[in-house]
Design a protein. Structure first.
Length: 79
């Protein structure tokens, strides 16, 4: 199935919020980054072509980023 956008909720280690935010802004495929209050610290909107690409992006780029503790991915599909 082809997907066009996904949203990733991110938990960040204390004192790393600004570092992670700034790194996300520079990351290819990320369209938007927004700080949050509550269970998650940040939400990012990414443009992606497939579930395989999404899994690789989240695993290789986001989860390996210094300061990122955990993620939760929500996908959008083309109507």
């Amino acid at each position: 199935m082809r997907i066009s956008v996904a949203f990733v909720l991110i938990n960040v280690a204390p004192m790393h919020e600004h570092e992670v935010y700034n790194n996300l802004l520079k990351t290819e495929k990320i369209l938007e980054v927004h700080p949050l209050f509550g269970e998650y610290d940040l939400i990012v909107k990414i443009e992606i072509n497939s579930f395989r690409d999404l899994a690789g992006f989240v695993g290789d780029k986001l989860k390996s980023m210094r300061g990122v503790l955990d993620t939760k991915t929500l996908t959008g599909v083309e109507p």
